[in-house]
Design a protein around this ligand. Structure first.
Ligand code: SF4
Length: 743
């Protein structure tokens, strides 16, 4: 087994994502290539270009066109009309075609006639599957109450069923991985500071400086976002990257801060304290918009450069250099809010520090700063709010995690499942999420699943969690269904202000017995006695109704090549009443630090190293592991090991290893070592989402090692209840022997 992606290839992949992938012939929107299909050369001769695709190989949702021949999709490309991704799509977007036609995909409803975790599947009819789902969930509801049901949704197609279970069935036990294991802390912390979730709203193309903390563009590829980042660099922005690893972004940086993991808040506090002490903050912005400056100033006054340097294990002069670089380019500075921020269980405070630094630099509403796009809003149509539920809210009952993102912290749900307290949870609906590889503590997830009376999963592909389903339902994928209406603006705010509306429309028909979320949810609703509450009869009807609110229709969108574009609004400027809570009194009232505060993380025990993880440019975590094109591009997730440490251990590049954590949990599959000077001595890194265990995944099974399997120690963020996942320590295992990691 060997790692096939070199650093050069990584960087090439990154720049490819940002480069245009031209259509054979660009046809203007006015011409309308649906009505007048062009003939591409080579193997695409005889294909028809179908518009209206919206990618879901990741959450970025680039707009697509598909080349179709004999009702079969043969190629995907960016929609040339798009003012977002344009003609470009990334490697994963291209490989969507291999997901569509993956022979391991779920094709028919399946019933588990074996046991949970060791399933034996029997093909059954939709009638039988739906009857069983409806009756079993109803039985749980009648015996334990609506709160006896939990739901783990993910992705665009999970919204409609999530609304059904939350609003109509009435359970509050809904936990989205995107909130509780990813960006929820960021959104909550910015809400507690700016009163708005930040998204990825930094104006990088027009920035004079960009600060990335743990963000690795190039390995983390979202097309228009990477375009914005590269445009900023092309325009001369200075780049500061704070990362224990020499990431693709660090390789392009002017300053690389090789920080000790978990100490970023101390780094940010020292920068802010330096700016305040030296009188280098934006006094005008602070006076006009910031609340609690004096308390803030006092609260961070201990954070000297020297104090932070010792904690962060970086030179004090380098922290000063970063502070000076930021202020020299203020206010046109992009302090990127990040995306996956659930790291160490102290992350709400770090994200508050991001927001406060942005504010004291005055980098809000100005070119290059924190600027929210002014896109058009299309209201979704979903289930009416029911009478039930409400009081069985685990978060309120626990009286903690007062800054939780929407939904219920995963850990509270899982704990109730295992202990039966404060009430039993006996029915589980998992829709597009794979809690085995998104939630740390796999054995606890297994225990939660095993005690259920009934588990149903709906997905496009088999995953590690679908092995625990009683009934497994096959869903149409994003290329075969209507669903999400993507809205946004032109990717570069320096260009003409425009807005777009792009509903997802099928490029091909669904094959086998796959169904979409509206059909499946409605059928279950009827069987649970909620047929009278059904809001729409089909996804097409839902999208048409939603579009009608903005005077559009599917028919009209087809005429417009899948994307409606209209005049937009200037995104710059700050409302007079915009407030930044540098000191948040409400936080203090709830017993949390009111000023951003560094909370130390556990030190690495002797003989171990800290495990951190991140994205691969060619995978969307476990969701793409079985995709044969993407698998060939990066079949395993090498574990990055410092070269000096590797030498002491006698390990060399490409050696096959397993891992064992400080609680004795071993990885059940292996990966290879990547020996590099580009990582700290106290840290190892691997891409997340490898090492699937489901034998139905003939390509992805046991490919690489599963980092989540090794994340057994939980670090719950006190303000939000989200799971921090970088507080686990490992050794490498070679030839069956666990090797101590030297200092
Ligand atoms: S960034 Fe890539 S995977 Fe994500 S939506 Fe765009 S094309 Fe698809």
């Amino acid at each position: 087994m060997s790692f096939m992606v070199t650093r050069r290839k990584f960087l090439q992949t990154a720049s490819l994502a940002a480069a245009s992938v031209p259509l054979a012939k660009v046809v203007s929107a006015e011409t309308g290539f649906v009505r007048d299909p062009f003939t591409p050369p080579g193997s695409f001769e005889g294909t028809q270009t179908v518009t209206g695709g919206v990618c879901e190989m990741c959450f970025w949702r680039c707009q697509l066109v598909g080349k179709v021949r004999d009702k079969k999709l043969v190629k995907l490309e960016g929609n040339p009309k798009s003012i977002d991704n344009g003609k470009s799509i990334c490697a994963r977007g291209n490989a969507g075609i291999k997901l569509l036609y993956d022979s391991d995909r779920l094709k028919f409803p399946l019933k588990n006639v074996g046991e949970r975790g060791k399933p034996a599947w029997k093909q059954i009819s939709w009638q039988e599957a739906l009857d069983e789902c409806g009756s079993k969930l109803k039985a749980v509801q009648e015996k334990y109450g609506s709160h006896g049901i939990a739901m783990f949704p993910h992705g665009a197609s999970a919204k409609y069923p999530m609304d059904f279970f939350e609003k109509v069935v009435g359970t509050r036990n809904v936990s989205e991985a995107s909130f509780f294991q990813c960006r929820g802390i960021r959104d909550s912390a910015y809400m507690a500071t700016f009163a708005t979730p930040p998204g990825e709203s930094v104006d990088m193309p027009n920035a004079k400086a960009i600060l990335l903390i743990g963000c690795h563009f190039g390995e983390n590829v979202h097309v228009s976002h990477v375009k914005a980042y590269l445009k900023g660099l092309e325009n001369g922005a200075k780049l500061v990257v704070v990362d224990p690893r020499y990431s693709a972004s660090a390789a392009k940086s002017h300053i690389w801060v090789q920080i000790k993991p978990g100490t970023d808040t101390a780094f940010l506090l020292a920068i802010m304290n330096y700016l305040v002490e030296k009188d280098k903050y934006d006094k005008k912005f602070v006076a006009a918009h910031c609340v609690g400056f004096e308390e803030f100033k006092k609260g961070i006054s201990h954070a000297s450069l020297d104090w932070a340097a010792k904690i962060c294990d970086v030179p004090d002069k380098q922290i000063q250099e970063v502070a000076e670089l930021l202020v020299a380019n203020a206010p046109n500075v992009s302090i990127h809010p990040g995306r996956h921020v659930s790291w160490h269980g102290n992350d709400f405070q770090r994200m508050r520090a991001h927001a406060c630094l942005t504010a004291i630099l005055g980098a809000i509403g100005v070119k290059g700063g924190f600027v929210k796009a002014k896109g058009v809003k299309v209201k979704g149509i979903s289930w009416p709010k029911g009478e039930e539920g409400g009081e069985h809210n685990l978060r309120l009952m626990a009286d903690k995690y007062h800054y939780s993102p929407p939904g219920t912290p995963t850990e509270l749900i899982r704990d109730a499942c295992i202990t039966g307290k404060p009430y039993p949870i006996k029915g589980c609906v998992i829709w597009g999420q794979n809690p085995m590889q998104t939630i740390p503590g796999q054995q606890r997830t297994i225990a939660a699943m095993k005690q259920m009376d009934f588990v149903m999963c709906v997905d496009v592909m088999p995953t590690d969690i679908t092995m625990y389903a009683d009934i497994l339902l096959p869903e149409a994928c994003y290329l075969e269904r209507y669903d999400y209406i993507k809205t946004g603006t032109q990717w570069n705010f320096a260009d003409k202000h425009q807005q777009y509306i792009a509903p997802r429309m099928p490029l091909v028909d669904a094959m086998f017995e796959r169904k979409d979320e509206v059909w499946i949810t409605n059928e279950i609703a009827k069987r649970m006695g909620y047929g009278d509450k059904i809001p729409v009869n089909s996804l097409e009807e839902k999208i048409n109704k939603e579009l009608s609110a903005v005077n559009l229709s599917i028919e009209q969108l087809k005429k417009e090549d899948g994307i409606h574009i209209q005049d937009g609004k200037d995104p710059y400027g700050v409302a007079e009443d915009f407030e930044v809570l540098l000191y948040n009194e409400d936080l203090a009232d709830n017993g949390y630090p009111a000023v951003p505060t560094y909370i130390p993380v556990e030190e690495v025990p002797k003989g171990f190293t800290r495990l951190v993880y991140g994205r691969s440019p060619v995978h969307t975590f476990n969701r793409s592991q079985n995709n044969v094109w993407l698998h060939n591009a990066m079949p395993v997730n090498p574990v990055w090991l410092n070269d000096e440490i590797a030498k002491k251990m006698g390990l060399k590049d490409g050696d096959e290893v397993g891992l064992v954590n400080s609680e004795g949990v071993k990885s059940s599959s292996k990966t290879v070592v990547k020996v590099t000077p580009g990582i700290r001595k106290d840290t190892v890194y691997m891409a997340h989402g490898y090492g699937s265990k489901n034998p139905m995944l003939t390509v992805g099974i046991n490919a690489g090692a599963d980092d989540q399997e090794l994340i057994t120690k939980l670090a719950i963020d006190p303000e939000t209840g989200c799971n921090g996942m970088r507080n686990n320590f490992v050794k490498l295992v070679k030839d069956g022997k666990a090797l101590d990691i030297p200092a």
